[in-house]
Design a protein. Structure first.
Lengths: 265, 313
């Protein structure tokens, strides 16, 4: 269970440029939930994920995972149970390191010591997992990650984020920077990897694509100006469409949902 | 070129090769240009020379040099990661304070080791059947090979991989559970321990320690690293550590030749630092200039690289 209570985050606090990125944000996520998060630019979606991951620290509020308070835990410690995929495919892998080195770094996150970084058993496991992606990455484990395409790197990052059996998976528009073909492929891989552990994994996926937001996962929340303004799941969610979401937004906020990328989707 | 020049270049190239492996670790692996080395090279020499001069065992001196070097690296790492100073400034500050520390340790600016029993004399006793001329290069060759393999091995461990990743994609390795403050500190400590070890051997090899002997270590280290990896262009750690040691040998050869024959071109011994700095600038600029030329000529030739690919298909 992931519990977020009154989470508040300012940027450039106490300056004329102060921005309230997250305002009294509350969220309760059950194990097995796959939540898609939508909202216009500046709604606080990425800030929320960064606060959960520990890249940013909040000004107020708390985050609990399975009862344990993790609000101010350093980022690297939270990485023991959080898997992350970023929008930029270049962020998720180390370009000058080989495929197997990247995967090994991701598999062994806690208590790094003087043991051999990669062993034969790990290589076998990597080959098997990579072949499941269907991209042929298992053929050359020594290939540098920087030589792979954006889609291939993102697929690898997806694998790295789930392979070590995390409790929470954070996806920040991880298909947005890819071409439509790769984007579809990555989304399919995402669903397969999440499905594998659907009973105990918490997944939060930020997306700009409203259609996608309703198609994957079992719950959708809409954010605006740092708040959770709309939360829908289960049977109700199956009945609604993108238009309903847009109407809902205008009704709640008394204004049109403004999103340049919406037109493209 | 006489054999004596080659032997000198070999000996010095190997002794400084230990330092170059340290500079490689920070500059190429951690992506951290660490200026501490100018101070920690002297530190290693100062600690060892002081102990040997006062009648202590050379092995004890060398061990202390390694420890003090790693502490110097630790301090730079602390300034950079905990006090958030930039990497260059952290190195400069440690280097500067080490100058005073080195003077304190030695008690005077120069300690001669003539007539004292250094590690090299001890080894000569153990290996009497190898003639003196070849004993020193042989000893340092074995030593550098051992250090090279130890470093390779270390970089293939879990911590080692995390250190490589810190220099390659820091944000990623943070999100994979590594404390990058710690990986940087470990890398810097190890690097400066190697540099101090190199200084400890150089003091015993040249028969003195001087408070200014570390001046320009970073530049010669960078020159060696850059020369080495521009000659041997393979991305594996195994070959890169060999490459930088070869870079060190070549660099010392160039320096010795410049020192020996430079006067014919009007160079003075004081110009050596100028030569090494120019060497670094040229070595760093060549790839850029080459790229620029390739780019300009590609217009005339209509992307030669693509034509070639086409033919192969």
């Amino acid at each position: 269970m992931l519990l977020i209570k009154s989470l508040t985050k300012y940027f450039s606090k106490n300056t004329p440029h102060q921005v309230l990125a997250l305002h009294n944000f509350n969220l309760k996520v059950k194990k097995g939930d796959f939540i898609t998060i939508i909202g216009s630019n500046g709604a606080g979606k990425s800030t929320l994920l960064n606060l959960i991951a520990g890249t940013l620290l909040p000004d107020y509020g708390e985050i609990r995972l399975d009862g344990e308070m993790i609000t101010y835990q350093p980022e690297y410690k939270r990485a023991y149970w959080i898997g992350r995929v970023f929008q930029n495919p270049l962020l998720g892998t180390a370009p000058y390191m080989s495929i197997e080195e990247n995967l090994a770094l991701s598999l062994k996150r806690e208590k790094r010591g003087l043991r051999k970084g990669i062993n034969q058993e790990m290589r076998e496991y990597f080959r098997q997992r990579l072949s499941e992606l269907g991209l042929g990455l298992e053929k050359d484990l020594n290939k540098k990650a920087g030589l792979l395409s954006g889609g291939e790197r993102q697929a690898m990052t997806m694998l790295m984020a789930t392979m070590f059996k995390p409790k929470v998976l954070l996806l920040d528009e991880h298909t947005a920077a890819l071409d439509p073909e790769s984007s579809k492929k990555i989304l399919k891989i995402t669903e397969e990897l999440v499905e594998e552990r659907k009973n105990d994994l918490i997944t939060l996926m930020v997306t700009h694509n409203m259609k996608q937001a309703l198609e994957v996962g079992n719950r959708t929340i809409m954010m605006d100006r740092g708040q959770n303004i709309f939360d829908i799941q289960g049977e109700e969610r199956n009945k609604i469409d993108v238009n309903f979401l847009l109407q809902q937004f205008s009704k709640l906020r008394n204004q049109e949902y403004i999103e340049d990328r919406l037109v493209l989707d | 070129m006489s054999i004596s020049i080659a032997l000198h270049a070999l000996e010095q190239g190997l002794i400084f090769g230990i330092m170059v492996l340290g500079v490689f670790l920070t500059y190429k692996i951690l992506d951290f240009p660490d200026l501490t080395v100018d101070g920690s090279f002297t530190l290693g020499a100062a600690v060892t020379a002081t102990i040997i001069f006062s009648g202590g065992s050379p092995l004890w001196g060398i061990s202390l040099a390694i420890i003090s070097g790693s502490l110097a690296g630790l301090f730079t790492g602390f300034l950079h990661t905990k006090l958030k100073l930039s990497n260059l400034l952290s190195g400069i500050l440690t280097m500067t304070l080490l100058y005073s520390v080195n003077l304190r340790i030695m008690g005077k600016p120069n300690i001669p080791l003539l007539g004292k029993e250094t590690i090299l004399e001890k080894i000569a006793i153990y290996l009497p059947h190898i003639s003196g001329n070849y004993l020193i290069p042989f000893f340092f060759l074995i030593l550098v090979i051992i250090i090279k393999f130890a470093l390779d091995l270390f970089l293939s461990t879990e911590i080692g991989l995390a250190i490589i990743a810190t220099g390659d994609n820091e944000q990623m390795i943070k999100s994979l559970g590594a404390n990058t403050d710690l990986t940087k500190i470990i890398g810097l400590s190890l690097s400066n321990a190697l540099v101090a070890l190199s200084g400890a051997f150089f003091a015993q090899y040249s028969g003195f320690a001087d408070v200014n002997m570390g001046l320009g270590t970073i530049v010669s280290g960078l020159a060696s690293v850059i020369i080495g990896i521009s000659i041997i262009r393979t991305p594996t750690i195994f070959w890169r550590t060999i490459a930088v040691v070869i870079g060190s040998l070549l660099y010392r050869l160039i320096m010795i030749i410049a020192l020996r024959y430079g006067y014919r071109l009007g160079f003075k011994p004081g110009d050596l630092k100028l030569i090494s700095a120019v060497l670094v600038i040229v070595a760093l600029a060549v790839p850029l200039i080459k790229k620029r030329i390739d780019f300009l000529t590609s217009f005339n030739l209509g992307r030669k690289d693509l034509q070639n690919n086409h033919k192969e298909v």
